[in-house]
Design a protein around this ligand. Sequence first.
Ligand SMILES: N[C@@H](CCC(=O)N[C@@H](CS)C(=O)NCC(=O)O)C(=O)O
Length: 201
Amino acid sequence: MKLYYAAQTRATRPRWLLEELGVPYTLERLDMSKKEHKSPEYLNIHPHGQLPAFKDGDLTLFESAAICAYLADKFAEKNMAPAVGTPERGLYYQWLFYAMATLEPPIVQVIIHTVMAPEAQRSAAQAEEGRKNFGLVAQVLEKALDGKHFLVGNRFSVADIMIGSTLGWAQMLGMLGGHPVLEAYVGGLAARPAFQRAHAD
Ligand SMILES: N[C@@H](CCC(=O)N[C@@H](CS)C(=O)NCC(=O)O)C(=O)O
């Protein structure tokens, strides 16, 4: 298995999972500053020239959540996802989709309008709107995590990788102040040895 990777991107999600699984894989590092992710070779692997992408034999996959969900099912004995057809599996799907469709967008909006876009293109109003919308999402997650270490069945799963890694961005932006439950959750995930290995370099 090969993971196309650059540090501080969404590729850390499948890397974190591969470390949790403890299975052999290789990292193919791409230098985004040299636009290696836009090379014709890589565009054959990921049609948008984004990270991560993943290969397992003849299978090529992109989208971080899909790669993680595939790996959890491939190595089902490692218990990184609840069993298919159980209520926990339903909640697991809910949080995977929530991470991508509902949690990411307001945080990305803040990132774009505070650090990523050229200064002339940043909008304080857009950043403020992102912070406000994140506040609503944060309330939902705080309720789901109150008194718990993990989102589903109080057992670590890919749902925690997807939600936890995304909340990590919010933490870096100083958006978790006033959300002690989320701070404790992110702190607990970051203390996991697999998380630390995946973020070491
Ligand atoms: N929804 C995709 C998003 C992938 C994505 O936007 N990756 C960023 C890095 S975190 C990237 O490659 N950006 C470079 C670009 O879009 O050209 C996923 O979760 O895999």
